[in-house]
Write a protein that binds this ligand. Structure first.
Ligand SMILES: Nc1ncnc2c1ncn2[C@@H]1O[C@H](COP(=O)(O)OP(=O)(O)OP(=O)(O)O)[C@@H](O)[C@H]1O
Ligand SMILES: [Mg+2]
Length: 513
């Protein structure tokens, strides 16, 4: 009996302590009501204190962003299923901007624009929440772009080189291999230490699945994050996906890593934004896009940077993709993006149909900062390549009409055809720097000229093993490698000639130039 009394006393004391510790105070909540809802947007009344881009929570847990602040009403982009929100229901203001998970735990994962896992591998651990909109690094925190970002695609690495921290637009008509270039670049990072973030915006589920499969099969998926805003996702999520991807990439950049961010593609992003803006009755501008479309894209791409050493020295390279209609690069969104980025890789549908893949139009493509970062050994070999190739393309047009050509012209054309064959590349087979150097040497030294065009593939296939046996030092070349000394170059040339002979080229050791 005594024991029970003691126990009750203890319990009473504990409860009293707990009650005194409780704080009863009114809690202020900003609430409003849904006036209208549908097609991924909602109009809300009553949230007088809401701020621009504030995260709002609707009944049923659907989130939305306040993007249009009127005097009496607020226009919201919904980041979830509209069907779950009845008109007249309550909306709560959070006083915060939208945040997404960022951190090591995301590596290797597939998530939606809000960072929710889509790959069925359970909750994401080891992460923090970072705002989707962040100010771009200021100039004093930035450094010059000095390190190359190898794509493993010879046509790009040799002629339109990319640097870490650069923004390069991949632009072309539909189905011309835009995504393929970005995916090959991601796959090539298997042999570097870069972290890759792929943000899919308005893409078909099947193409997204193909990208993920390719990276899982050929690349380093444990260093990749996939942020997916599919074509059938609410437009709000499609709109948010590139910002979320950028925030996830920034996490690693600020910690000193090199990050590659692919935005596939910003034309669809602009279309999703136009859709919600028109539904919110914002005044349409050119091509019915809202007036701030340039601003939102430049604000996003400005976040790509190379950080100064005292800020960790990380970098964020952005590869936005833009789709053109019938090759019209002077349409509104493509011109915007061309002017925001540091260069563009233009894909020509005509080249694609002629089976010249990657279908990069070298004449219209440019990289404004990457040239300074190119490995010196590659730079030395590719200087004359662009000119030789351009001359060949021009000559080829004339000879198409069956014009008789003299011996010299015929040689230029045959040489040009070898350059073109070397610039073509199949998917998922990125080249190492050493292979690129060897191929460019083979072109420059005329080793390939006597090799029949249909044997060129064989030459490429055997190249890596051949070099490993005969010129292993070429395969070990790094980004800082200087132009090849004469002795090495001669040895490389001899082994390339031997390879050309082995695949059926009638080339003598003296015959090559
Ligand atoms: N280098 C290549 N070699 C062989 N096939 C390629 C190459 N590059 C792309 N392809 C093929 O071309 C097709 C279109 O490529 P991709 O999906 O990358 O184009 P896209 O421009 O991104 O298309 P969309 O406009 O649908 O986004 C794909 O079937 C792809 O496998
Ligand atoms: Mg694509």
């Amino acid at each position: 009996m005594v024991g029970l009394v003691e126990e009750l006393k203890g319990w009473a004391q504990e409860s009293r302590q707990r009650l005194t510790a409780l704080q009863f105070a009114p809690q202020l909540e900003h609430i409003g009501r849904v006036l209208q809802v549908g097609d991924g947007v909602a109009m809300v009344a009553g949230l007088a204190r809401a701020r621009l881009d504030e995260l709002l929570i609707f009944e049923g847990g659907v989130r939305g962003l306040a993007v249009d602040l009127g005097e009496d009403t607020i226009g919201c982009i919904l980041l979830g299923d509209t069907a779950r929100i009845p008109a007249g229901s309550i909306v709560r203001g959070t006083g915060e901007v939208a945040r997404v998970p960022a951190g090591e735990g995301l590596l290797g994962r597939v998530v939606d624009a809000l960072g929710k896992p889509l790959d069925g591998k359970g909750a994401i651990e080891d992460m923090l929440f970072a705002p989707v909109e962040q100010a771009a690094p200021v100039i004093v925190d930035r450094a010059l772009v000095t390190k190359p970002l190898a794509t493993g695609l010879l046509v790009i690495d040799a002629m339109i080189p990319l640097g870490r921290g650069q923004r390069e637009l991949i632009i072309g008509d539909r189905e011309t291999g835009k995504t393929a270039i970005a995916v090959d670049t991601i796959i090539n990072q298997k042999s570097s230490d870069a972290i890759c973030v792929y943000a899919a915006i308005g893409q078909k589920a099947s193409s997204v699945a193909r990208v993920i499969d390719a990276v899982r099969q050929y690349g380093a998926p444990e260093r990749c994050i996939f942020v997916i805003g599919e074509a059938d996702a609410p437009p709000g999520l499609q709109w948010l996906a590139p910002y979320s991807g950028c925030t996830m990439a920034e996490y690693f950049m600020t910690r000193g890593h090199d990050v590659l961010l692919v935005l596939d593609d910003l034309t669809k992003h602009a279309a999703a934004y136009r859709q919600v803006s028109l539904l919110l009755r914002r005044p349409p501008g050119r091509e019915a896009y809202p007036g701030d479309i340039f601003y939102i894209h430049s604000r996003l791409l400005e976040r790509a940077a190379k950080m100064a050493p005292e800020r960790g020295g990380g970098s964020l390279t952005a590869l936005p993709i833009a789709e053109t209609q019938a090759g019209n690069i002077s349409a509104y969104i493509p011109t915007n993006l061309i002017s925001i980025t540091d260069g563009q890789i233009y894909l020509d549908p005509r080249l694609f149909y002629e089976d010249q893949k990657p279908a990069v139009d070298v004449g219209k493509s440019v990289s404004r900062v990457g040239g300074k970062t190119q490995a010196p050994v590659l730079k030395a070999l590719s200087e004359s390549l662009r000119l030789e190739y351009a001359q060949f393309l021009e000559l080829e047009v004339f000879t198409r009409f069956g014009t008789m050509v003299d011996e010299r012209t015929r040689k230029v054309i045959e040489h040009g055809q070898r350059i073109r064959a070397v610039l073509g590349q199949r998917q998922y087979a990125p080249l190492s720097l050493g292979e690129e150097v060897a191929l460019l040497c083979a072109v420059a030294d005329g080793v390939l000229d006597p090799v029949p065009l249909d044997r060129m593939n064989k030459f490429r296939e055997n190249l890596a093993t051949w070099l490993a046996e005969r010129c292993p030092e070429i395969l070990a070349l790094g980004d800082e490698a200087n132009p090849l000394p004469d002795a090495v170059r001669t040895r490389l040339k001899q082994s390339l000639i031997a390879l050309a002979q082995s695949v059926g080229g009638r080339v003598s050791q003296e015959g090559a130039r």
